[in-house]
Design a protein around this ligand. Sequence first.
Ligand SMILES: [Fe+2]
Length: 227
Amino acid sequence: MFEKTEPSTARESADSIHGWPTQITLAPLESSRGENPGSFERDGYVVARQVFDRASLNICRTYVLMLRAKNSFRQEKEKFGFNDCYADTLMESILIHLQPTMEQITGLSLLPTYSFLRIYETGAVLTRHRDRHACEISSSLTIGFEASEPWALWLVSHQQSRSITLREGDMLVYKGRELPHWRERFDGTYWIQAFFHYVDANGPLASYKFDGRPGLGLLHKPAGSRP
Ligand SMILES: [Fe+2]
């Protein structure tokens, strides 16, 4: 399903920031637990299982927990249990290198807009919403969690509410502007989720490239930015 491709677009994105080429690519693996993964074209979403290898996930989780220990997250005042970080450097790097995989999954040529990192804590509730323009094509990756059972993500597709279960390394690819989505109360200790957002390079939202920033990883959006 997911074959390696020459990451020309990702490399161009990296070049636009640093002037150095990069040849690092992710190696997504196809995997299924017998669940209906959806169809991006038909349903507006698709679940990609085990996109990241275990070692990479472990590094990411340790990194994120260290960030939390350094108080690098912004806590949402109006939303309990949310710890947010816009355009973290590692997440912005993943945003670049995930792009070829996202293009394969969606069948679209994409432009990266921004990444967003979040730690949910006990009692967090993600209210039903749709995302902003810069989130036309989004992915939501579970990096790690401490909970007795996976925390469901809900979305509406074809007028039906669907429950999506993402474990470490699983990623939901979805049309965030079109599909309402939410999570009910989180009863675990913490849940780390990373969001990677893109727009269709040939669509009406292409001007949202880099989310209005000069380049990826360089600037932070003002407080209030959210996926
Ligand atoms: Fe969202």
